[in-house]
Design a protein around this ligand. Structure first.
Ligand code: C5P
Length: 221
């Protein structure tokens, strides 16, 4: 099957030398891409700026901003059977990034913010009955409630939620613990493990969802 993965943070320019971003290391998305390649799938990995080597056999598409990532996802959407949005997309950007470097002598800048495009919400109307979309939810509280809301609002088939308030898992850590919620109401748990192990387990469930959709669609057609 064709698997499209997004990974890492995005960056939004504040001025020509500064940006806003987040602590995402890209490790979870890269582990998912590697697991999908290991399972024999064709993999394209849309990656924000990270310090990781490209996983073997995976076609990496580098991007910087949320707009770049949206364009790359749109270009590759029709190709994929499974989309996993593991990227931590920055939610806001300056309405007008400064054209010249802010000088310290000007004092602290006052920034007017605007939202970046929500990639999953933007592409949701283009999902075909055969495609499976999985999102991630990085939360510091009300993990299950927030994840279920995003599952519904972004029209996802599954969402993997992780607690990013703890140093030993989630953002920038080597390991993760995932609560996975499915559109049919099922919930499953992946206990604390390396991101490679979490990726293989999550991928196996998502492969099942794709197979089910393919079967249902061949029955109906
Ligand atoms: O709404 P929130 O950012 O918490 O949702 C997380 C999920 O939505 C992740 O799968 C992330 O990749 C995706 N996302 C997106 N576009 C954004 C922000 C997040 O597709 N602008």
């Amino acid at each position: 099957m064709n698997v499209l993965v997004t990974a890492g943070p995005t960056r939004e320019a504040l001025d020509p030398v500064r940006f806003i971003s987040n602590r995402s290391s890209g490790k979870m998305g890269y582990a998912l891409a590697a697991a999908a390649h290991g399972a024999g799938h064709r993999v394209r990995l849309i990656s924000g700026p990270v310090a990781l080597p490209p996983p073997e056999g995976v076609n990496v598409i580098p991007v910087v901003s949320a707009d770049d990532m949206l364009t790359a996802v749109e270009k590759n959407l029709a190709w994929c059977d499974l989309l996993i949005m593991a990227a931590a997309v920055v939610d806001w950007r300056p309405r007008k990034p400064a054209r010249h470097k802010w000088k310290k002598s000007q004092g602290p800048p006052v920034i007017e913010w605007e939202p970046t495009p929500d990639i999953l919400s933007a592409i949701a109307p283009r999902k075909t009955p055969r495609q499976v979309f999985c999102g991630f939810a990085a939360e510091t509280r009300a993990l299950a409630r927030e994840a279920k809301r995003k599952l519904r609002e972004k029209n996802l088939d599954a969402i993997a939620a992780n607690d990013v308030s703890r140093a030993d898992r989630g953002f920038d850590a080597a390991r993760n613990e995932l609560a996975v919620f499915f559109a049919d109401g099922a919930a499953r748990h992946i206990p604390l493990a390396s991101k490679a192990v979490c990726a293989r387990r999550l991928l196996a469930w998502l492969e099942n969802l794709v197979e089910k959709k393919v079967k249902n669609n061949s029955k109906n057609s």
